[in-house]
Design a protein. Structure first.
Lengths: 540, 350
């Protein structure tokens, strides 16, 4: 009856132990699986968050570039400027000085501006593109010569940036007592009751503003926040302040001198000192005056998609690069699709399996990993120097990129052909088809979705390349949109590279916008690849 | 099958296009290669030239050295007409040109590019001498006895008490960049000459001296931030203690945020660079093949546009793009030479 005594080695206990061990093991296995799942999910989330950060950064930066600011002004199309002899021929119309007309238009929008520098500041608010737009309009319809038309005139990039709010913040305060202006233009004095400017003087004191030794007034230098007074329809930039009087320069002439009632004048403060921003007080005064008149409008920036490159940020567009990309990819596709597919068919279906084909296979795989700049060097020495093809041409770019993409397409096509079950071939051959007929009539159509997917991914790769294009001269400033595949052209990633290197802040936004367009194309192409695969892929 | 047929036909067409376009054809568009530093200015001139009725020239950004190679390949419609350079042509390059038949070269000294050391705007403007910059960045510096030792300075204040007590951290261009070459020549070489022992070394062993000013420390105080000056500007925005090295046009464009270090007590601004008071400045050049004038339509007009008052003058459109023009007499002299197409002589070069 010893069995009834609980010995450590009794069968149920052993079973129990075994079950405990198994349970522990099971627990560990579950734990390990959970850990793997968590790590996997973590890796995915980390990658996703990087992607989200990257995308939000680029997209938010790019948004300003998709709009542009214009000012709607009355433009007098003076026949004396445009067509003095009244011939209305296109050569005269094209060569006329339209910039003088747009200058006159903006000068009449803010009348009374005198002095060379203020006038220059006012006229240079407009982009040189404004005159180009006017020229286009007059040449298209010469009957408007001699009339006055209302048309939107494009602002320069700095004005555009100011209006898009990357500049200073302002605060505004109503005047507490009456204020008298000594004049309407030039340097003027504003006199108020005792203590009119007491608060401002206290502020200036806390900002350590210099004190004039003669008058004891606080001096406003460009290193301090700017203070401007809106009075009698004009704008005065303060230069020195005492508690009762202030002197300054009129940025916008006053409509009348004399007394402005308390509450009818304002003190504006631009927190950012003038020396620390791109737009001067004078520029801002002009822009705000135009804005108060309701003349400024924000439009969608079609120009970005319809014009070629330019050194003026507000005029630069991606059309040249897009067309160049299209030509280049067309050449690439025409060259590498047939060659790649035929090579894959031969290697997979017809080539004898021997040392030679092994070497070829290894080399194709190697070629897929060669740094892309090497293909550029090859293009330079073979296509440019030996064949004498033109520099910067999409034809050469396409050839170079075709070499780059070819291995990818061959590898993808071979995989697709290999995935077609042998029974298809055997059935075709069994019914009397030749090997070639079996391949071209039966295997190839079934492998087509895989080949297409590989091709599209290869083309997307080519779409993003810049390095091989450096050597063959496609990293260049090209204004004209290419008409043929031998015209000089550049491609989208190169345009991004070139813009990113320019100093103007507005070009940084253009760069982001061009990246968004490029990403959009990549997304479309890769999406098409997935769609093709899902739609046509057959499983056996 | 029909897809395949079409594709192969297309390939044949493409192949024949290659075969036919091999023949050189007359060109009506000016082609310019060269420095990425001069690129923003030459492109602006090219655009104006195009707007005035000519065909807009193509301007490639290949770097000064790469541009010289392409420029000196020879004379003919398939060769470049002009090259941008952020330094003067070297004698060896002139000889290479001459060997390939490019004998008549017109040199345009278009302006000056200030090389600035800058940082985020702080309370106090910072003044540095080139000697101090050398001490901060050279791999080897002389100790008290003049013996070369590995750079011991970790903080700016260790070099000189007037400098801020922050870690030395300078973002600059990589060695492949022309800006980096200029930085060595303008700041490091001159800084090294500030030491008597190194000056003596220059006379006794020029090679060893060159090694001293051409070596930058590799312990993390100098960070190679890439060819793109905008990247350096962006990195400075996130780091108030770091300094960056880049061209004056980038400083001018970012005056709202950045401030240039005063070198030898001179602030980097337009007037100081133009007059030559600011020491960290280099001249920018464009070289034009005279042999192409009359062959490539508009080349002489393009040169005239480049040197015109409207472009190069004090209020010209190039100064708006950040190019600092030479003093007036120098510009006038250069303009006369350019209009007359005076040819560069090899013995003027180094």
């Amino acid at each position: 009856m010893t069995d009834t005594l609980a010995s450590p080695n009794s069968a149920p206990q052993r079973r129990q132990l075994k079950a405990d061990a198994a349970a522990a093991l099971l627990k560990r296995r579950y734990a390990s699986e959970r850990l793997f799942k968590v790590l996997g999910l973590g890796a995915l989330l980390l990658t996703a968050s990087f992607l989200v950060i990257l995308l939000t950064n680029i997209v938010t930066k790019s948004i300003p570039a998709f709009s542009e600011h214009v000012v709607n002004l009355d433009v007098v199309i003076d026949p004396k400027v445009v067509d003095p002899e009244g011939k209305r021929d296109s050569a005269t119309l094209l060569a006329a000085d339209y910039a003088s007309l747009t200058r006159a238009a903006i000068m009449s929008a803010i009348p009374g501006i005198e002095g060379r520098n203020p006038r220059r500041a006012l006229t240079s608010l407009l982009s040189s593109g404004a005159a180009d737009d006017l020229r286009e309009r007059v040449v298209a319809d010469p009957s408007i010569i001699g009339t006055t038309i209302k048309m939107p005139l494009l602002f320069s990039d700095d004005v555009d940036l100011y209006l898009k709010g990357s500049s200073s913040v302002t605060s505004q305060e109503n005047g507490s007592s009456d204020l008298t202006a000594s004049d309407v233009k030039g340097d003027i004095t504003l006199t108020g009751a005792e203590g009119t400017f007491a608060k401002l003087v206290a502020q200036l004191e806390s900002e350590n503003a210099e004190v004039s030794p003669e008058t004891g007034a606080r001096l406003l230098t460009p290193l301090l926040p700017s203070r401007l007074i809106e009075i009698n329809g004009g704008l005065v930039k303060l230069a020195s302040v005492t508690p009762t009087t202030a002197t300054g320069t009129t940025l916008i002439p006053l409509t009348s001198s004399g007394v402005a009632k308390a509450g009818s004048w304002q003190l504006d403060t631009y927190a950012q000192p003038e020396s620390r921003r791109k737009s001067s007080d004078q520029d801002i005064a002009f822009i705000e005056t135009l804005r108060d008149k309701g003349a400024i409008e924000r439009n969608f920036n079609w120009r970005f998609f319809t014009s070629g490159d330019s050194r003026e940020a507000e005029l630069a567009g991606i059309r040249g690069a897009l067309v160049g990309t299209a030509w280049t990819l067309l050449v690439t596709l025409i060259i590498c699709l047939p060659i790649g597919v035929l090579a894959a068919i031969y290697l997979e279906e017809f080539a004898p399996k021997n040392k030679l084909t092994d070497i070829i296979e290894v080399n194709i795989n190697n070629l897929a990993a060669v740094p892309s700049i090497v293909f550029g060097l090859l293009g330079l020495s073979v296509f440019l120097n030996f064949f004498g093809l033109p520099r910067s041409a999409p034809l050469v770019g396409g050839l170079v990129l075709a070499l780059l993409v070819l291995p990818t397409i061959i590898i993808a096509s071979r995989a697709a052909i290999k995935a077609v079950p042998p029974s298809i071939r055997e059935a075709a051959i069994g019914l009397g088809a030749s090997h070639q007929q079996a391949v071209f009539h039966h295997v190839l159509p079934l492998a087509m979705p895989g080949i297409m997917t590989g091709t599209i991914i290869g083309m997307a790769h080519a779409l993003g390349e810049t390095a091989p294009l450096l050597m063959i001269g496609m990293i260049a400033f090209i204004v004209d949109v290419p008409d043929t595949m031998t015209d000089a052209a550049t491609v989208l990633p190169v345009q991004i590279f070139l813009w990113s290197d320019l100093p103007e802040a507005a070009f940084q936004q253009r760069t982001a916008a061009a990246i968004v367009v490029l990403l959009g194309f990549l997304f479309l192409m890769n999406g098409a690849a997935i769609w093709l695969r899902n739609k046509f892929e057959r499983r056996w | 099958m029909s897809i395949l047929k079409q594709a192969s036909t297309a390939a044949l067409v493409a192949a024949s296009v290659i075969a036919f376009s091999g023949a050189a054809v007359a060109r009506d568009q000016i082609r310019i290669v060269g420095s990425s530093t001069v690129y923003p200015f030459t492109t602006a001139v090219a655009e104006q030239f195009g707007k005035a009725g000519g065909k807009t020239p193509i301007v490639e950004s290949t770097g000064t050295g790469g541009g010289m190679k392409i420029f000196c390949e020879g004379v003919g419609v398939d060769k470049a007409d002009a090259t941008n350079a952020s330094r003067r042509m070297k004698k060896s390059e002139y000889e290479m040109c001459a060997k390939n038949g490019v004998t008549d070269i017109v040199e345009l000294k278009v302006g000056i590019d200030g090389l600035t050391v800058a940082r985020l705007k702080g309370a106090e403007p910072i003044k540095m001498s080139r000697k101090q910059i050398f001490q901060a960045l050279a791999e080897q510096v002389p100790d008290k006895d003049g013996k070369l030792i590995a750079n011991p300075y970790k903080m700016w204040s260790e070099i000189d008490a007037s400098l801020p007590a922050v870690k030395i951290e300078v973002l600059g261009p990589p060695p492949t960049s022309g800006t980096r070459d200029s930085f060595h020549e303008l700041f490091m070489e001159k800084g090294a000459e500030g030491f008597d022992t190194l000056k003596a070394l220059k006379d006794s062993d020029a090679k060893a001296f060159e090694k001293v000013w051409k070596s930058i420390r590799k312990d993390g105080a100098f960070v190679e931030a890439g060819e793109n000056d905008n990247v350096i500007v962006q990195k400075l925005e996130g780091n108030k203690d770091a300094f960056g090295i880049f061209g004056y046009s980038f400083l001018e464009e970012n005056t709202a945020k950045l401030e240039g270090v005063q070198v030898e007590g001179v602030e980097p601004n337009y007037d100081n660079i133009s007059s030559g008071k600011y020491k960290g400045a280099r001249e920018l050049y464009v070289y034009v093949k005279k042999q192409h004038v009359g062959v490539i339509p508009g080349l002489d007009k393009f040169v005239a546009e480049y040197v015109s008052e409207k472009a190069l003058g004090e209020d010209g459109y190039l100064s708006k793009k950040g190019l600092v023009s030479l003093p007036k007499e120098a510009t006038d002299k250069m303009r006369d030479g350019a209009i007359a197409m005076a040819v560069l002589k090899g013995d003027e070069l180094k």
